[in-house]
Design a protein around this ligand. Structure first.
Ligand code: CA2
Length: 158
């Protein structure tokens, strides 16, 4: 049986600093801890994840474009670019696969500039405010959405 494509988990600027500062907001887990937790969760669901982080907007755009042909779903924590990036909005808009916006903190409960998201209007849904658990819930959602699409695709073929 052919391997289904992975769930891309894309992380934006400064998320590589997790665990080093602001644990009251973002918790104590490092990005590596989150990657390991995501891999374990995905494995339990029979999925693979491709977990990446970049501080560069254009790199995140490139990865969203790559996801169009190489992923079954995208989980995107665009960090501060969530609140600023039309380029990420446009790249995410071009996806024909499920996109789940994800945040460790709850941006709506913080400074007013974090209340605007350029990702939310084109995301299937959003998980925010649960720390590492936000990522694990997003994997469950991505898995369920991808499974529905795969089932529909298979029934179209028969
Ligand atoms: O809550 C989230 O996941 C955010 O996407 C995190 C972003 C923030 O700009 C968003 O509003 C919400 C910031 C990530 C930076 O994380 C740091 C961690 C430790 C030290 C400094 C920054």
């Amino acid at each position: 049986m052919p391997l289904t494509p992975p769930i891309f988990i894309l992380n934006g600027p400064n998320l590589n600093l997790l665990g080093e500062r602001e644990p009251d907001i973002y918790g104590h887990a490092s990005l590596e801890d989150i990657r390991l937790a995501c891999e374990t969760k995905a494995k339990a669901l029979g999925r693979r994840v491709d977990f990446r982080q970049s501080n560069h907007e254009g790199v995140l755009v490139d990865w969203l474009q790559e996801a169009r042909s190489q992923a079954c779903a995208v989980i995107l924590n665009a960090g501060a670019y969530t609140h600023t990036s039309v380029a990420l909005h446009d790249a995410a808009r071009a996806l024909a696969i499920p996109l789940i916006e994800t945040h460790l903190s709850n941006p709506s409960a913080r400074e007013s500039f974090r209340r605007r998201s350029f990702i939310s209007p084109i995301a299937q849904g959003m998980v925010a405010g649960f720390g590492v658990l936000s990522y694990l819930l997003a994997i469950e959602a991505a898995h369920a959405l991808a499974k529905t699409r795969e089932t529909e695709h298979n029934s179209e073929e028969t």
